[in-house]
Design a protein around this ligand. Structure first.
Ligand code: HPA
Length: 273
C-alpha cells in the first residue's frame, strides 16, 4: 500500500478505536480562533498526541486536539490547532488531518486562518472569505504516487471553494452585520514573515491576503471530493504596508479580539450548510 495512505489508515483505525463519531462538517481553527470550540456541545476530545502516527502541532496559539460534537444540530469535528509545513513535517503530514476527517465522514471542510492583508481595502479585524488561492510557493500535497482511494491524478482546481457554501457564508455575514471581504489567499511556507518586496510581488500576482496555511489543505480536500470553504481573519497589514514590524503575539492577539464576531459568522454559516 502507498505509505502515505497506510499512515492515514493507521491514524483512522486508531481514531475508530476511540470513537464511532461520524462528522458532517470538519472545521479547522486558525491562530487565536481556537475558542470557537467552546460553542460546541462536546461529545469527545482526542489529543493529537494520542493518535498513532499523527503529526503533532507545535505552533504558538495552537493546542493540538480534535473536538467533536454538535453545533446548530450539525455533527462537527474541529481541529484546535493545525499542522504547518514550517514545523518541518512532510507536506503529506500537513494534509493528513484533513484527509482523516474526510475518512471519518466529513463531506464539508471549513478552513479558517489568520492572515496579513495585502488588498488596500482590507484592515486588521476584517474577515475575508476565500474565493480562490495561489499555491505556487508551497509544495503541492498531491506530488508523488496518486492515491486513487482518495482522488484522481490530475484534479481540477477551477472551483475549489464551493459556490453554494460561499453563498451561505455571505448570508451569514449579512445576518451578523459583518462587512465580509472576499479574495484570493496566497500560502507561503513561513516561518519567516514576508518581506515588503514579496508582498508587492504577491499583490501583482493577484493575492489579497497572505498566510502560512490552508491552501495545501484545500487542495487535498478538493482532491478527495470534499466541499471546501474558508474564511481568513485579517490580523495585520502585510509587511511593508504600514511599516510596522510583524510578530506572532500581535497575530494571536488580533485573532482573539476578532473571535466573538468570527464565532457568530461561522456558527450562522454552519446553521445554513
Ligand atoms: N504573513 C503570513 N502569515 C500571517 C500573517 C502575515 O502577515 N498574518 C497572520 N499570519
Amino acid at each position: 500500500m502507498n505509505p502515505i495512505y497506510e499512515k492515514l489508515k493507521t491514524c483512522y483505525d486508531d481514531v475508530r478505536r476511540k470513537t464511532d463519531f461520524v462528522p458532517e462538517i470538519a472545521l479547522v481553527l486558525g491562530s487565536g480562533l481556537g475558542s470557537f470550540a467552546d460553542n460546541i456541545e462536546v461529545e469527545g476530545v482526542i489529543d493529537y498526541r494520542d493518535i498513532e502516527g499523527f503529526p503533532i502541532s507545535t505552533a504558538p496559539g495552537h493546542v493540538g486536539q480534535f473536538i467533536y460534537g454538535t453545533i446548530e444540530g450539525k455533527k462537527i469535528i474541529c481541529m484546535k490547532g493545525r499542522v504547518h509545513y514550517y514545523e518541518g513535517y512532510p507536506i503529506s503530514d500537513v494534509v493528513l488531518p484533513v484527509r482523516l476527517m474526510h475518512l471519518m465522514g466529513a463531506n464539508i471542510l471549513f478552513l479558517t486562518n489568520a492572515s496579513g492583508g495585502i488588498n488596500s481595502d482590507f484592515s486588521p479585524g476584517d474577515f475575508m472569505m476565500l474565493t480562490d488561492h495561489i499555491s505556487s510557493f508551497v509544495p503541492n500535497p498531491l506530488v508523488g504516487e496518486n492515491i486513487p482511494e482518495l482522488g484522481v491524478r490530475f484534479p481540477d482546481m477551477t472551483h475549489v471553494y464551493d459556490l453554494e457554501l460561499c453563498d451561505r457564508i455571505r448570508e451569514s455575514a449579512a445576518e451578523s452585520g459583518i462587512n465580509l471581504k472576499e479574495g484570493t489567499y496566497i500560502q507561503t511556507t513561513g516561518p519567516s514573515y514576508e518581506s515588503p518586496a514579496e508582498i508587492r510581488m504577491f499583490k501583482t500576482l493577484g493575492a489579497d491576503a497572505v498566510g502560512m496555511s490552508t491552501v495545501v489543505e484545500a487542495i487535498a480536500a478538493h482532491h478527495a471530493g470534499m466541499r471546501v470553504c474558508g474564511v481568513s481573519c485579517i490580523t495585520n497589514y502585510a509587511a511593508g504596508i504600514d511599516g510596522k514590524k510583524l510578530g506572532e503575539q500581535e497575530v494571536i492577539d488580533a485573532g482573539k479580539a476578532s473571535a466573538p464576531l468570527f464565532k457568530k459568522l461561522v456558527t450562522n454559516a454552519i446553521k445554513r450548510f
